[in-house]
Design a binder for this molecule. Structure first.
Ligand SMILES: NC(=O)c1ccc[n+]([C@@H]2O[C@H](COP(=O)([O-])OP(=O)(O)OC[C@H]3O[C@@H](n4cnc5c(N)ncnc54)[C@H](O)[C@@H]3O)[C@@H](O)[C@H]2O)c1
Length: 448
């Protein structure tokens, strides 16, 4: 096998939520590792030994790697060629017109092109549309004349780990590798064999499909209870009771629970199938269901708010003096506390969270929105301040702090007397998407 003149074992390009824990894990296993990112703030944080985001166990890992000196950092993608293995963990968003956005990957490839030598192995760890790994191989063949699989190696080894579980799952989840040509799969497997997880070899396109379809499966599985939640509202039924009826002691049940289903992966990975779909629109419909949950919640709130003061003739100009036809709806001037800005429980990741869409929709109703989230970097008010005198409390992310009965009791004590609590996650087990705080508090006390 040709051996490029390298001074490191592996380089990871893109030190984001996927790349940084991976680079640290390689370094922790004794590999001489280069981390590349074009964001100076990101590199600065890592250099100082500060984790730029939450990931279970990563702070200690970073401290260990810092002490060992096993990770060097660079802003220049071409510096990655100093390592035999180059792993790309760059973002792969989707354009709004449903097409994979490969600009970051294309740019990294262009930066690497001149620096690649026979013996280099390039692994795509990013989530990509079917055919992208072959495109990357073709790009190297076209521009450098490499025989991929013989001179250089290209494979897709998709990241399938859930945020918060990286260090546990890197050693346990089967590592899928789809290599191009004769030897790419085998060479890239050498790299990933530093971890304890079993390696599963397949073709590049099957690796790509397996990754995106795992996310499509989840996105669709969550769309079903979300659609049911909206159906139940229409029919005056309780979604949690219907789900229980579907699942209870029924061997072919398994309906999931509703919620605000989003996040940077689920919200875009379906597009990598949809852009060349045999059933165009099917996955778009799945997306539309999940995307319409915030609006469903806002409409549900509006229907339930007790008659507004606008119906009582009082001082003109005050909220009480608002007259029908003024353009102000049921939520205008109402205090709405949104609990949780992250896209899912116990993460600090706000990217593509539906909480932000919910807030935008509430603001379009002229509600006075306040948010609280103990995890995210966006500054928010305290829990007590958020719920104090709130007319509505919406649990947008089911962080463990909100699932405590004490949180419910604090809402009942601090919010307005007839505060509406919106809890599509069923945080307190009351089984009501929309309920009044006082009723829930009684239920909470009964449960406790
Ligand atoms: N976040 C997850 O939980 C997760 C899980 C599985 C798969 N994925 C996939 O992994 C890939 C990376 O996701 P992520 O969440 O880590 O993204 P991210 O946005 O957190 O990280 C990307 C990093 O790349 C850097 N970067 C961007 N352009 C660059 C360039 N030209 N040169 C060098 N650095 C550059 C950015 O500064 C950033 O630090 C995506 O394809 C995503 O779909 C993500």
């Amino acid at each position: 096998m040709p051996d490029p003149k390298t001074s490191a074992d592996v380089a990871v390009i893109g030190l984001g939520r996927v790349g940084l824990p991976l680079a640290l894990s390689f370094a922790d296993r004794g590999l001489r590792t280069i981390g590349v990112d074009n964001d100076p703030a990101r590199l600065g944080a890592v250099r100082e030994g500060t984790m730029p985001f939450q990931e279970t166990g990563a702070r200690e890992l970073l401290a260990r790697v810092h002490a060992s000196g096993g990770l060097s950092l660079s802003e220049r993608v071409a510096d990655a060629a100093a390592a035999r293995h180059i792993v790309i963990t760059l973002g792969t968003p989707s354009f709004s017109h449903i097409e994979i956005d490969m600009r970051d990957i294309r740019s990294a490839l262009d930066d690497l092109l001149g620096a690649l030598e026979p013996g280099h192995a390039l692994t795509l760890r990013s989530t990509v549309a079917p055919g992208t790994t072959e495109f990357v191989a073709g790009y190297l063949a076209k521009h450098r004349g490499f025989a991929v699989g013989e001179d250089v190696y290209v494979a897709h080894a998709p990241e399938r780990i859930a945020a918060g579980r990286f260090l546990e799952e890197i050693d346990s989840l089967p590592c899928i590798i789809g290599g191009v040509g004769a030897r790419s799969g085998e060479v890239v497997a050498e790299l990933f064999s530093v971890f304890d997880a079993p390696i599963v070899q397949t073709t590049p396109v099957q690796a790509e499909l397996a990754k995106i379809w795992a996310n499509i499966l989840r996105y669709t599985l969550f769309a079903l209870p979300n659609l049911l939640m909206m159906d139940c509202e229409r029919h005056g039924a309780n979604v949690f009771e219907v789900i229980d009826l579907v699942n209870r002691d029924y061997p072919r049940g398994g309906l999931a629970q509703p919620g605000l289903t989003a996040g940077t992966c689920l919200r875009k990975d379906f597009a990598f199938s949809e852009e060349r779909s045999n059933a165009p629109g099917m996955l778009l419909a799945v997306s539309r269901v999940n995307e319409s949950v915030p609006l469903f919640l806002v409409e549900g709130i509006k229907r339930r708010l007790s008659p507004r003061a606008q119906d009582r003739p009082e001082t003109p100009g005050s909220r009480a003096g608002v007259t029908p036809g003024s353009g102000l709806g049921a939520l205008a001037g109402r205090k709405v506390a949104v609990l949780g800005l992250a896209f899912k429980a116990d993460t600090d990741d706000e990217r593509d969270s539906l909480a932000h869409k919910l807030i935008r929709l509430l603001e379009r109703e002229l509600a006075d929105v306040v948010a609280h989230d103990p995890h995210v970097p966006t500054p928010t008010v305290s829990f007590e301040e958020a719920v104090q005198d709130a007319d509505v409390v919406v649990v947008a992310a089911n962080h463990h702090e909100f699932r405590e009965p004490t949180a419910l009791a604090a809402i009942a004590a601090g919010a307005s007397a007839d505060c509406l609590v919106v809890d599509p996650w069923n945080c307190w087990g009351a089984g009501q998407v929309f309920a009044y705080a006082n009723e829930l508090a009684v239920l909470g006390v009964e449960r406790a």
